[in-house]
Design a protein around this ligand. Structure first.
Ligand SMILES: [Zn+2]
Length: 1136
């Protein structure tokens, strides 16, 4: 048999089911009616056909024989027991016996097949945990086994061995939670199982095992199947067991569960173990592709080139044999194929630098495995490391491979003595000792310098996970100790913060702060390293690879799992915040100086630090006050501009300092047509004040038209550039630029500029490009602003080169750069087109804006697609705050010259690629807030709304404005904080009225379909309809039962999202529900009765000088604008 295709927990199909009489136990003659079900693995009988849990199950593998006895009876015989059943007729008996015999034969064939690989080892049947537990409702303790995704209940150990049990629980519908010290509940939709363990520890272990079973039930084999597409990946790279579902992501091999256990023991420095099925976030497209290209084939050609048959592993090998083999294979590299350059470090490094620029991944693997330095210097300052070289060459797979091997140790035959080896397998034990100077512990952050006298000399010993300090080295009893497990943060203040040159702080869970000091930098560094190793788990050990100013664990929320805070590991070095999340993928460090937002929310009791980067938002919670305050201060400091040079500024997208970006953006939006822009000077005092606040925290400065004059802003920018200590073109290279301007041959000169540009530091380079691109735009408007290229050059030459302007060389450079902008900066057609479009949009809006004095700062440029997402259908458009979905739609159609025919219901859709769902925006919806809430996997597309006509017809013809009926419902419950959906779709009754969507478990009325149905009791759930967002479609992964589904997102007041999936039986049903949603959410206005073509790009009515209520336009428009006023009474006052 092959593995089941696709997805998790394959539902074992029922082979045969029906009512049978079963003989009662203990020889009574009264037969009991039982519902009996046979599948490939089990024969089960139930009290009734409605029960989810059986009274008994018999493992098919344990049935030795089936025999007919008199009176339509037959016996199912196992080693030890016989079960007798009676069918209604001979025919039925025959069918049952036949089905049973076939199932047995099938089972045996399977066993034979697997024994070829497994040599009699029961393989996947090995329980993850088994033992006795009390179950409420049972007199005696039961024997419980957690096997794969199931929890099996047996009367006792003997029956467990016989394969005869009571029932088993499919954990795909299970949930566990602890009740008290020893008890816990396993909850399923059908029944709650209340267990009690013998001890608290055992309870914990059971909980863990059952949670594992849930994770396994919910895991998917999507990744596994893709990786198994390469034939060698179908068998464990180490022992050959089939269907390996684990992997070492740095060694790039696929391995079985047992080998994975031993790989873990090797430590993450040798092998980084991940599950193909459970660690789903790890498996990016790139990583999967890497496994298809390298994987077990290439891996074993290198790592297992010389395995003597006597040392080869089998699927049945014992744990100790496995451990020895894997130690030899990966830690010592005993069986590897030696690279011809082995032993010659320099040549190896060179070869690595060459290999990473090619597609030859196997060569890279061989070189790294033979000792080439992953961080060796390439000799090219532009791309100093192999990783940078690979990046330059666009070799993403090489990059991925190098990244995964950042911290991999080079295999060495003499790597460790056997004794030490043993320890490294158990846990990394760190030990260290020496004298440290220590102050009394504090409960507050140390604001003041601690004098030398406040420190006392203590003999400190770190070992067995405890840091103890003694009066002296001969003392036996410690003065005190700190358990590594209690340490939450370790911080290294800058040298000379206190009386001792080098200090470090240890924060504990109990909110104490210990300060230690030392004279010697090396010794202090060593202590910090050892303490860090002692309290950071293997999961986060990547953080130890580099120096840090602060390291520790903090509760956080991020990504998809916002419902629940988890503990993550963080390290801060310079302006980089690295994070390791227990469930998440390997995260790129957060560049604190590039944050879009850094703020503190919540009250003083419950502070949350919010960090927003371009694509991610991270919430760090201040559960423990002391270390949180420490982190807060450190992060705020790291996020600020560090100094005066360009690269020390807060940086925005594409490495441009925020301060430059803010000014350029403002001038682009408000100053392009201003006469003498950049030549005229602003008011000195205003310019200075502005520059000061920009220097302090540019991120928080929002320039607004009306508040700042364009000349003040332009002067601030010039002043900033002129005052840069190193200048935009750097002191070192300034002369070379000026000299280049004198080259006579134009072509030669341009290529010289290009050369020089490459030599600038990245931030300077990006800034030069942004600035020249901006000046290029400015001169496009020289008709109105009088600033042609020459005039701009006169102003900017001396500013950028910090000269007195006596000679024109500096100006010449600027003039050349603007004139040759496209060539010097390799601007491609597309980029230029977008830029032009943007300018056109701005000008259009300026023209419209000046008439009414509308404010435009803060407009947003966004990409919208026509009909489908493709590069050719991309359209960039500026979205003013007032723009509605209808206006956006018309604007796009207009720009693309698409005519609107009658009954073309052109609509703007918000498409969520991850959820495979889309939401047609309501025509009056404002686009800007939607844009702000759009994730990276979402986009806007304008296309025809195919169902609109049918929906309008339905709405026009129906009676009443509520809708009710059955739908299939599935909830997105978050389990174990994994954010995974659970359970399947179930029939539920829904009522949708003008205020709420209500869900009922069942309908009690006899005639539910006539008139208003009587539903049972109160609704099971109820949601206010206005806070729901309804998307068409349900992602396929959830296996919706029909293709007419929708996804409902409910955002709570705390901005937490919940999600449900609903499926209808027919397309018309779906349309009716959707139409009703639209109707109730938008007070009956589903489609504009007449497209309001006039209103496009017209400024917001309430701010404009036009009359309050439009004099022309449809009735709908009138109603809408009246509604707008009543919604915001203040706006009326403002205009009166
Ligand atoms: Zn294996």
């Amino acid at each position: 048999m092959d593995w089941p295709p696709g997805g998790s927990t394959p539902v074992t199909p029922v082979i045969k089911a029906g009512w049978l009489d079963k003989n009662p136990p203990q020889g009574s003659y009264i037969y009991q009616k039982r519902w009996v079900r046979l599948d490939a693995d089990h024969l089960r009988y139930f009290d009734s056909n409605k029960d989810a849990y059986s009274k008994r199950f018999i493992s098919v593998a344990c049935i030795s024989r089936v025999a007919a006895i008199g009176d339509q009876k037959f016996e199912v015989i196992t080693n030890n027991r016989t079960f007798a059943f009676r069918a209604e007729s001979d025919v039925e008996r025959k069918e049952w016996m036949q089905a049973l015999q076939e199932a047995m034969a099938e089972q045996r064939a399977r066993a034979r097949l697997s024994s070829a690989y497994l040599l009699g080892v029961p393989g996947s049947e090995q329980p993850d945990r088994a033992g006795s537990l009390e179950l409420r409702g049972f007199k005696n303790k039961l024997y419980v086994a957690v096997v794969g995704d199931k929890v099996q209940l047996y009367k006792n150990l003997e029956e467990y061995h016989l394969g005869i049990g009571i029932t088993f629980i499919d954990m795909s519908v299970g949930n566990v939670k602890e009740v008290d010290r020893r008890s816990f509940d396993l909850t399923t939709p059908y029944r709650i199982f209340s267990f009690s363990a013998d001890s608290e520890l055992e309870k914990e272990q059971w909980l863990e095992a059952m949670q594992g079973a849930i994770a396994e039930a919910l895991s998917t084999s999507e990744v596994a199947e893709r990786i198994w597409a390469a034939a060698p990946n179908r068998f464990c790279a180490d022992c050959g067991a089939p269907q390996p579902d684990w992997a070492s992501i740095n060694l790039c091999v696929v391995i079985c569960k047992r080998c994975a256990g031993e790989h873990r023991g090797l430590g993450a420095g040798v092998s980084k173990v991940r599950s193909l099925k459970m660690d789903r976030k790890v498996w990016t497209e790139t990583l999967i592709e890497l496994f298809l290209q390298l994987g077990n084939g290439a891996g074993n050609r290198f790592w297992a080139a010389n395995v003597p048959p006597s040392e080869a592993l089998q699927p049945s090998s014992s744990p100790s044999t496995r451990r020895c083999h894997l130690e030899a294979k990966y830690r010592e590299g005993k069986y590897r194929r030696y690279h011809p350059l082995f032993g010659n470090q320099e040549e190896l490094d060179k070869a690595l630098c060459a290999a990473v620029t090619t597609t030859d991944l196997a060569e890279t693997q061989a070189l790294l495995g033979c000792g080439a330095g992953i961080n060796c210097f390439s000799g090219d300052p532009e791309a100093p490391t192999p990783l940078a070289l690979a990046e330059q060459a666009g070799q993403t797979l090489q990059m991925e491979f190098l990244r995964n091997n950042r911290t991999t140790e080079v295999p060495r035959l003499d790597s460790m003595k056997p004794l030490e080896k043993h320890y490294s397998v158990v846990l990394p034990t760190v030990s260290h000792s020496g004298f440290l100077y220590k102050t009394a512990s504090a409960s507050k952050l140390l604001q003041e310098r601690r004098a030398r006298e406040e420190f006392s000399r203590r003999w400190c010993v770190l070992g067995d996970g405890v840091l103890s300090y003694f009066e002296n080295e001969r003392a036996v009893t410690p003065n005190g100790e700190i358990r590594a497990s209690e340490i939450v943060c370790l911080a290294v203040p800058p040298p000379d913060t206190h009386g001792f040159e080098h200090t470090f702080e240890v924060y504990t869970e109990g909110e104490r702060l210990y300060l230690f000091g030392l004279e010697s930098a090396e010794q202090a560094h060593e202590w910090v390293k050892c303490i860090a190793k002692a309290f950071v788990p293997p999961l986060a050990e990547d953080l130890l690879a580099r120096d840090f100013e602060r390291l520790g664990r903090l509760p956080y929320k991020a990504g998809l799992s916002l419902q629940r805070a988890q503990e993550g590991w963080f390290s801060l070095s310079g302006s980089e915040l690295r994070a390791v999340f227990p469930e998440g993928p390997c995260e790129e460090p957060l560049q604190l100086r590039k944050l879009q937002e850094l703020s503190i929310q919540g009250d003083s009791e419950n502070q949350v630090l919010v960090l927003v980067e371009r694509r991610r938002t991270l919430y760090i919670q201040g559960e423990r006050r002391l270390d949180f305050m420490g982190w807060l201060g450190a992060i705020q400091k790291a996020a600020a501009s560090m100094g005066d040079t360009l690269s020390e500024q807060q940086l925005g997208d594409s490495d441009i300092p925020v301060i430059v970006y803010r000014c350029v953006d403002y001038i682009t939006q408000c100053g392009l047509t201003s006469e003498g822009i950049y030549r005229k000077c602003g008011q000195t005092s205003k310019t200075q004040r502005l520059l000061e606040s920009l220097r302090q925290d540019a991120r928080s400065v929002h320039l607004k038209e009306g508040e700042q004059h364009v000349d003040d802003v332009s002067s601030a920018l010039k002043r900033f550039l002129r005052d840069l200590p190193d200048g935009l073109f750097t002191r070192a290279q300034r002369l070379a630029w000026l000299e280049a301007s004198e080259i006579e041959d134009e072509e030669e000169k341009v290529s010289r500029y290009r050369e020089l540009l490459v030599r600038l530091p990245p931030v300077n380079r990006a800034t030069v490009k942004a600035l020249i691109s901006h000046l290029y735009c400015v001169q496009c408007f020289s008709d109105t602003n009088q600033m042609n290229v020459h005039n701009l050059a006169i102003v900017f030459g001396p500013t950028l080169f910090q000269t007195d302007g006596q000679d024109y060389k500096a100006g010449r450079v600027v003039e050349d750069l603007i004139n040759h902008y496209v060539v010097v900066f390799s601007v491609d057609e597309e980029e230029l087109r977008k830029q032009r479009e943007e300018i056109t949009a701005i000008v259009k809006m300026r023209v419209a804006g000046t008439a009414s004095g509308t404010q435009h700062a803060g407009d947003f440029i966004c990409t919208v697609y026509l009909e489908e997402k493709k590069a050719e259908t991309e359209q960039h458009i500026k979205i003013p705050a007032s723009m509605t979905a209808e206006e956006l739609t018309l604007e796009i159609l207009d720009r693309r010259n698409v005519g609107i025919r009658e009954k073309d219901y052109w609509t703007c859709f918000e498409v969520n690629e991850r959820e495979e769902a889309e939401r047609p925006l309501h025509f009056a919806e404002k686009v800007l807030p939607i844009l702000h809430g759009l994730g990276t996997d979402s986009h806007l597309v304008v296309k025809k709304h195919q169902a609109m006509e049918a929906m309008l017809l339905y709405l026009a013809s129906r009676v009443g404005d509520t809708k009710h009926g059955m739908m299939k419902f599935r909830e997105d419950r978050s389990l174990l904080g994994l954010g995974l959906p659970s359970g399947g779709f179930h029939d539920r009754y829904f009522i949708l009225n003008s205020s709420c969507l209500r869900l009922y478990k069942e309908v009690r009325s006899q005639r539910p379909w006539s008139g208003a149905p009587e539903t049972s009791h109160r609704p099971e759930k109820e949601w206010p309809v206005k806070s729901l967002k309804v998307y068409l479609g349900v992602k396929k992964k959830l296996r919706p039962p029909t293709c007419w589904g929708f996804t409902v997102v409910h955002e709570t007041e705390k901005h937490e999202k919940q999600q449900w999936y609903l499926c209808c039986d027919t397309q018309m049903e779906l349309r009716e529900w959707f139409a009703t949603f639209l109707f109730v959410q938008h007070d009956g206005l589903v489609w504009p009765s007449e497209p309001s073509r006039v209103s496009r790009a017209v400024p917001e009515v309430r701010l404009g000088s036009v009359s309050l209520i439009p004099l022309r336009g449809s009735e709908n428009e009138m109603r809408r604008s009246v509604a707008a006023f009543t919604a915001d009474p203040l706006s009326l006052l403002r205009n009166v």
